[in-house]
Ligand binder design. Sequence first.
Ligand SMILES: *Cc1c(COP(=O)(O)O)cnc(C)c1O
Length: 515
Amino acid sequence: MEGENGMFKQAKWNEPLIFKLGRKGRKGHILPKVEDEVKRAVGDVNALIPENMRRISQLRLPELSEVEVTRHFMRLSQMNYGVDSGLYPLGSCTMKYNPKINEFLANLPTIGMLHPYQNESTVQGILEILYRLERWLTEITGTYEICLQPAAGAHGEFLGTLLMRAYHKLNGECKKRNEVIVPDSAHGTNPASAAMAGFNAVVVPSDENGCVDLEALKAAVSERTAGLMLTNPNTLGIFEENIEEIAKIVHETGGLLYYDGANLNPILGKARPGDMGFDIVHINIHKTFSTPHGGGGPGAGPVGVSEELTKFLPVPRIVFDGERYRLDYDRPYSIGKIRSFYGNVAVLLKAYAYILSLGGEGLKEVAEVSVLNANYLMKKLKEIEGLTLPYISEKPRKHECVFSAKPLKNETGVSALNIAKRLLDYGLHAPTIYFPLIVDEALMIEPTETFEKEELDRFVEAMRKICEEAYTNPEAILQAPHNTSVSRLDEVKASHPRTMALSWRMYLKKNGQNL
Ligand SMILES: *Cc1c(COP(=O)(O)O)cnc(C)c1O
């Protein structure tokens, strides 16, 4: 493209599927033949496997040499982008760089080879780690006890709303209290989780400061209120200053306060949801505590509760009798299990290592630098023509800031989506767009603490150039991206199961073949 010299260019390999690369008989490793030895030792191995579990047909796996496999995945990785490639300012997602040492620790065979059915006496080490992690997370959130089981934020929300239900049920108010209040700035999972637990979601609007409208909240609460789900700082990056008043309003009507802790990063070591009056808190381990996420990989969404609610937590609970760790199933009020075994242990171990390596002071610094970075970006981006910062623009933000590209769209036709696509041409990941829903043409930007000032400056510069280009040459932006391995996708087709082949089996089926 003209005028694009010196710009980022992503690799563009014409890389076939690994199934098409394979050639019969190629091998990665030639393993020594052990069959004879095994036969001598234990007899016919096949006879040891129950008949209905024996493989009858050959697996149709691609056959390749080691170097072919390495090159294949190296090429694919070059056509990709992640937190290890550069800035990933996806608002509300906290896409931070995750220290490799934590991956290394989670990969140690002493962790990876553990089996959840092992006898308690043989897993004292990991139980101690999980127990200590629970204590640290209760300290960080200001809660009384924490359950590590949930596998994601939304899963934690679901557990949280089930706990609300159990609490009201014990009080004989389960039928009456069938409403959960959520602000209009909430993450979509909040009303969805409430609905899954059988509640009706009642939406309250935000005021002109971007906070919960207190009058609207007072009007919404009633004896039907089971609880309020709140994100603080909220998805605009604004801290709800009236949180104590909000807690009072909800508690006075007999409701519970649920804290969506996906945005915990900016208040680590600074403020605690428990102290703000929240009864139930979930944490997104995979956002705040060093687990890469995106693409649906394993995560963890532990849920902390006030003392009053601990008896409802899922079983088993890890208890320590002063000498040994034990799994306690004897909890008559427990809602049961929310996930198999004890949660995603490898993810939890990374959080343990992360907290241990940073310490209390380090966690505070995480919060401070993440807020500093977000406000630095906000200040610089405010100077760009075409963008506005809705909701009192003088007020500092916490971890993220939400801009509107509405002026730019009205004047040039270039939308938030187009800006996001064009950013990719600069070798930068786009921010979250069109969320929260209360901001038109929203660009939700969260830089996190893990990117250097130079990287933030590069982002600001790219945004400035794109907005200038919108006024002079909007066509280039409307067709973007040009420099990536995949050019502009049809948004609808790209997320429709009928157009996608997500596995080799699906691919063959689309072409009229079977595996
Ligand atoms: C990410 C996020 C969630 C959901 O977390 P998952 O782990 O993706 O289920 C909930 N609320 C907010 C504010 C979030 O940013």
